[in-house]
Every structure is written in structure tokens, then in C-alpha cells.
Design a protein around this ligand. Structure first.
Ligand SMILES: Nc1nc2c(ncn2[C@@H]2O[C@H](COP(=O)(O)OP(=O)(O)OP(=O)(O)O)[C@@H](O)[C@H]2O)c(=O)[nH]1
Ligand SMILES: [Mg+2]
Length: 230
């Protein structure tokens, strides 16, 4: 199983509460999810607006969570092999990677373990992972065995070392916001953990530095330059 701590030494610092999030996976609704979240549109409006605006896949949105305002920078990805160099750059910059599969397409969950996770690992990304089951509305009216079960998804979540599993639907808007709340929570938590680990490993640090970070309540704690994670 992926140990979360293994990647903490290369954590990308959160600066000015900006959290960079990238979505990867097969054709499962990545663009729909990001676009719907950033532009507050439902699935009905989505295709029309997307065509009108010729969206390039980069979005930004402010979101308040637990009293702190965050700026989320979202990056969509193209699956073609020719875009691998671009995806690699994204993986290295991102704080959080959304591994997306469609609950009504079990093969897309397998792809995460077979294709997307190895690609992210090969890029030496320091990002944390959230497993996202998209198109949850498609469960309705289908036999249980046709869709990925909650147990299968949770088991995969542990295998890939994801911090959370969220099932959502752009069509019904169920849990769309929750995906990004989880991304913020996990990113901030990981940042705090990485800073604390770094401080406690560094013998030269003063006690006052440790205290400052131990009591910090927001992602701003990462801005202490002498504690930056290399
Ligand atoms: N029922 C349902 N369909 C959805 C939902 N989200 C996306 N879709 C459909 O799933 C298909 C793929 O959606 P996209 O957002 O283009 O998926 P993608 O992952 O960006 O695909 P690629 O860009 O080709 O990798 C489209 O036909 C969408 O209308 C959802 O929540 N519910
Ligand atoms: Mg897309």
C-alpha cells in the first residue's frame, strides 16, 4: 500500500492559500466536474457553455472552508500520449490529484491502478490523492453488479493511498463541492504535517520555530521560509 509519508519530503508548498488541483482518469467526467465546480453550472448548461467559451481547462475559484478563504486553481488534463510532458509538469506542481473514475464504468477504476497511478508516481509527484467516483446518478436503475460498489472503491482508495473517496454527480450536483472541500482539507493537513516533520527532523531549529508551526491554524504556516520543504 502507498505510504502517504513517503511523499511528504517533496510536498509543494501552499502559498497564499492557493491550492492547485489536477484531475486525471479515463473519459469519466473530469472536464464536467471541474467546469461545473468553477463556473457553477449544471450538466444541462455545461455542454453549451463549454462550446461557447472554448474552455482551455484551467480554472480558478475561491472557496471558504473552516473560516479560511482558499483560492483553488484547477487543471483539467488531456489523455493523449502527446500531452504526457504537460501532465508531468502539472503533477509536479499540484498539491492534490483527483483520480477520477466513473461508477458506472468499472474498467475506469482499474485504469487508475494500471495507468494513472503509475504515471503520477513516475513523475515523482509530491501531491496527495483523492479518489473520485463520478456520475453517481448513473447508479439509479442499474443492477448492483453493473457499477463499482462502495466497498470496491474504498478498497481501491487504500491501495492507491488516497486521503479520501468521494462519489459525486455533476448531473445531480451531489457532492461536487465536497470533492473540493476534501481536497483543501487534505492539502492543508498534509502541509502542516510536512512542516512539523521537517522541523522535528532539523536539529538546528529553535524551539520557538516548532511552537509557531505546532500552533498554526492555517496553510499560512507553510510560509515560514526556514522550514520550507525541499
Ligand atoms: N450521467 C452523467 N453523465 C456525466 C456526468 N459527468 C459527465 N458526464 C458525461 O460523461 C461524458 C464524459 O464527460 P467529460 O466531462 O467530457 O469527460 P472527460 O473525463 O473530461 O473526458 P476526456 O476529456 O475525453 O478525457 C459526457 O458525455 C458527459 O456528459 C454526470 O455527473 N452524470
Ligand atoms: Mg475532458
Amino acid at each position: 500500500m502507498e505510504q502517504r509519508g513517503n511523499r511528504s519530503h517533496i510536498t509543494t508548498e501552499i502559498e497564499e492559500n492557493q491550492i492547485k488541483i489536477i484531475a486525471v482518469g479515463d473519459r469519466v467526467g473530469k472536464t464536467s466536474l471541474l467546469y461545473s465546480f468553477v463556473h457553477n453550472v449544471t450538466a444541462e448548461e455545461f455542454h453549451w457553455k463549454l462550446k461557447q467559451q472554448k474552455w482551455l481547462g484551467v480554472g480558478e475559484k475561491s472557496m471558504k472552508l473552516d473560516g479560511t478563504e482558499y483560492s483553488l486553481l484547477t487543471w483539467d488534463t488531456f489523455r493523449e500520449e502527446s500531452y504526457l510532458p504537460v501532465r508531468k509538469l502539472f503533477y509536479q506542481e499540484a498539491h492534490c490529484i483527483l483520480f477520477c473514475f466513473a461508477v458506472d464504468k468499472p474498467d475506469t477504476l482499474k485504469s487508475i491502478e494500471r495507468i494513472w497511478l503509475p504515471e503520477v508516481k513516475a513523475a515523482n509527484s509530491g501531491a496527495l490523492f483523492i479518489l473520485v467516483g463520478t456520475r453517481s446518478d448513473k447508479r439509479v436503475g442499474r443492477c448492483l453488479h453493473e457499477c463499482v460498489s462502495g466497498d470496491e472503491a474504498r478498497s481501491s482508495r487504500w491501495k492507491i493511498g488516497a486521503e479520501a473517496y468521494v462519489e459525486c454527480s455533476v448531473k445531480s450536483q451531489e457532492n461536487v463541492t465536497v470533492v473540493f472541500e476534501e481536497a483543501i482539507r487534505a492539502s492543508v493537513m498534509k502541509q502542516k504535517q510536512a512542516v512539523l516533520n521537517n522541523c522535528s527532523l532539523n536539529n538546528n531549529h529553535s524551539d520557538s520555530c516548532k511552537c509557531k508551526h505546532a500552533s498554526a491554524s492555517s496553510a499560512n504556516s507553510s510560509q515560514h521560509s526556514s522550514c520550507s520543504i525541499s
